[in-house]
Design a protein around this ligand. Sequence first.
Ligand code: 3HC
Length: 699
Amino acid sequence: MSSPVRYELIGDIGVMSINNPPVNVLSHPVRQGIQDACREAQADSSKAVVIICDGRTFVAGADIKEFGQPPKKPFLPDLLNEIEASSKPMIAAIHGSALGGGFELCLASHYRCAVATAKVGLPEVKLGLLPGAGGTQRVPRLTGITAALELISSGNPISATSAETLGIVDRIVDGDLREGALAYARELIDRGAACRRSSELPAPDANPASCAEFRQQLEKRARGQIAPQRIVDCVEAASTLPFPEGLQFEREAFLSLMTGPQSAGLRHVFFAERDAARVSGIDKTSPQRDIKSVAVIGAGTMGGGIAMNFANAGLPVKLLEVSDDALGRGLEIIVRNYAGGVKRGKMTQDEAIARRDLIQGTTDYAALADVDLVVEAVYENLSLKQDIFERLDDVCKPGAILATNTSYQDVNRIAAVTRRPQDVIGLHFFSPAHIMKLLEVVRAAETADDVLATCISLAKKIGKIPVVAGVCYGFIGNRMLQKYAREAQLCLLEGATPETIDTAMQQWGMAMGPMRVFDLAGLDIGYKARQGLSPEERGDPRAYRIPDALVEMGRLGQKSGAGFYTYDPDTRAYTFDDVSKSVIERAAASLGVERREVDASEIVDRLIYALINEGINIVEEGIAQRPSDVDVVYVYGYGFPAHRGGPMHYADATGLDRVLERICEFRERFGAENWTPAPLLEQLVKEKRSLDSFVVKGA
Ligand code: 3HC
């Protein structure tokens, strides 16, 4: 097999070209090829060596797929030391992204040049890791401790020009990179430039105050995550240990993170996110419809947020409301949201104006005649949605995609009122719609393949992570949420407080506790939705006794100043008050529930195992295409801790036998009605298999 690394001599300059598509990761043959090329260069007549990549990017990092496999020599840190030890100047020439091990390869090189559009960074923290090939030791020697901490603990790539300012890129190349890099090499040879080794730079000044500040910040920003704290340890070690010992310290920390559960969870999410966009029978070559303009029906919080997504991607949007008043209110919120974006530095004032101008209000359905996609985002009421789809069927041009943003309703029944059910699909955005990354793409019985393919690529275009779901009540996310919420409400009845529940779940890693989530979403939303449901769809009636009582006394959640908690109107600080307490106690008494202490571990297990059990049912029914899609939904739509990999990965990591055992224990204690183990869970335990090994039929 030919090597993915070519080495050639151009005059007295050696050129090492890496070609390992799609993103030139440092798989074993690449490391071997780099070592061979480096050794050849030491022995030939070259006076300097350029390291450059073919394809769309410089090296994007170590090959994550190799993690957990038996390691093969040359190991990356040793290889990079060998590059740095070269007796001839090594020059990294960067385009696309130089990330992780890829950027560490640049740092071990003696000089770094880049095109202005390039990005560099050390994103390992996003995989629960730290740079394991010298990054934590070389960067601080080049930039000082604080800038190194910022770069490595955020994991965010920076532009080549910012990197130049920081001193980790030496030269920005205009025009062709290869030519520019060769010219740079020529210049270095001509001036007899030395091999400038970052490991030989003086250790950076210690900065205990900065390290302490980062530790504290990261405890909040990356609650429960180990890697960010270890990054601070390693960067700090750059100032206290000699380079070889610092490298060893970093290596040990890297290996312990790599073999730990948090990185396994985050690596799982990395691949799960990419798998989610794959749909059996549909690929990049599948036909798609052209989407050049969009309409959104409903200018409420959701509709407005959805409209912003499309406008942000440069698509003109018609925003339809029933009255000028409602439209005016909706457009005002959009203006406010854009102003907030400018304030937070997400966009310039001009960009905000241009985006806002792409959104045009209307109250006339006839204005939608020419749009390519309509997203209906009115409140959850099936017959209202059906009326709207009948009208859309009348006014929209043939081939327009008609989407509903419903969270629960049966998309088949909505499609059935049109003469074009093949054009109807669910696009379930999450609130706030212009911020949340998840998009559930609901494939109805008759949705055409080209409609699905178009919506998946459109999702990516507007910066969303699409997950395909089948039709059922609540699809993937909200169907599972109902079981999670049920257990939260039952714990409350049995003796927990909103605070003990929220604290337990947040300490476990959820972005926000369920009680605060309910208050934020508005208790009236669920209340109204329940009115239109069958008793079976509503689930255990005990599970909504308390929220119903709160709504009936005007406590709708944060928006009305009180729900499970009371909110300070100025600071939004929340407290659990006596009124809420007595509502809970009265509800428990009226249901004959005996109150007791419910501890944190019971709360976590009941909520999370209810979620897992329903997730497994969803997988078995083929509502999700694969178990990892459920994980993507929960991590990107519901604040599930990414370092636990999502509910399905967490179940596998815990051991399905243990999960089943605990669910059976809950069945004994609380009854089979809420706690019947998913048949697939029982089957996999019997077969000693994991969810990860399960392939959904037809997916
Ligand atoms: N290892 C293995 N596969 C990788 C990979 C990696 N580091 N990075 C990307 N890939 C794969 C993806 O899974 C995807 O495969 P698929 O086509 O089969 O789905 C393919 O490469 C293309 O990736 P994307 O779809 O993400 O392509 P984009 O163009 O959207 O993004 C990118 C490119 C910005 C490079 C993005 O892939 C990315 O961020 N990659 C991860 C970079 C990273 O985390 N590097 C650090 C790795 S850890 C490390 O280096 C440790 C070291 O310190 C010792």
